[in-house]
Design a protein around this ligand. Structure first.
Ligand code: GDP
Ligand code: MG
Length: 163
């Protein structure tokens, strides 16, 4: 029971790094290799005196590009089912990819609140480049760095406003 937020996004965008920051202790596995978080991780976050559940959706090791995309879409739909709100994470360092577009297509159709988190905005130059993510069409967009913690408070403020 309680309010649940799922973090979704293609592999390597920094979902687990963000998740660990929310939990303020290392729970999920962060790795430079894509698709390393195999299972879903569940945690509880406290912010602004409110408590909510967080799901770090993981990955799965791709066999082929096709299977990869299908499986990721499936994971997104499962997360949407389970959650009250979604944090859709992307990576400012790589920019928009086909998989981001595919996931955005799925997420635009949900009635649940989607917060777009453009991660790896570690410096002002990145912020400039990251504005391309507005084109995915999400109104609730946050530019964050899970590494430095920049912007992570703002997204949590927005999440807790729903509770
Ligand atoms: P996941 O596959 O989406 O769970 O991504 P991870 O959390 O495992 O992170 C993938 C890689 O991105 C790791 O090398 C992280 O250290 C790195 N990373 C995560 N967040 C940031 C960030 O804000 N800035 C930068 N520069 N790297 C990050
Ligand atoms: Mg992960």
């Amino acid at each position: 029971a309680g309010f649940t937020v799922a973090i979704v996004g293609r592999p390597n965008v920094g979902k687990s790094t963000f998740f660990n920051r929310l939990l303020e202790q290392r729970k999920a596995i962060v790795d430079d290799q894509s698709g390393v978080t195999r299972d879903r991780q569940y945690g509880v976050c406290e912010w602004n005196g409110k408590t909510f559940n967080v799901i770090d959706t993981g990955g799965f090791v791709p066999q082929s590009e096709d299977v990869f995309e299908r499986e990721i879409k499936k994971q997104v739909l499962i997360a949407v089912e389970e959650a009250n709100a979604i944090i859709f994470m992307a990576d400012a360092a790589t920019g928009i990819t086909d998989l981001d577009e595919a996931m955005a297509d799925v997420l635009r159709r949900t009635s649940k609140t989607v917060f777009m988190a453009v991660n790896k905005v570690d410096n002002p130059e990145r912020l400039l480049e990251a504005t391309e993510f507005y084109s995915l069409g999400f109104d609730n967009i946050f530019f964050i760095s899970s590494m430095t913690g920049s912007g992570t408070g703002e997204i949590l403020d927005a999440v807790t406003e729903l509770i």
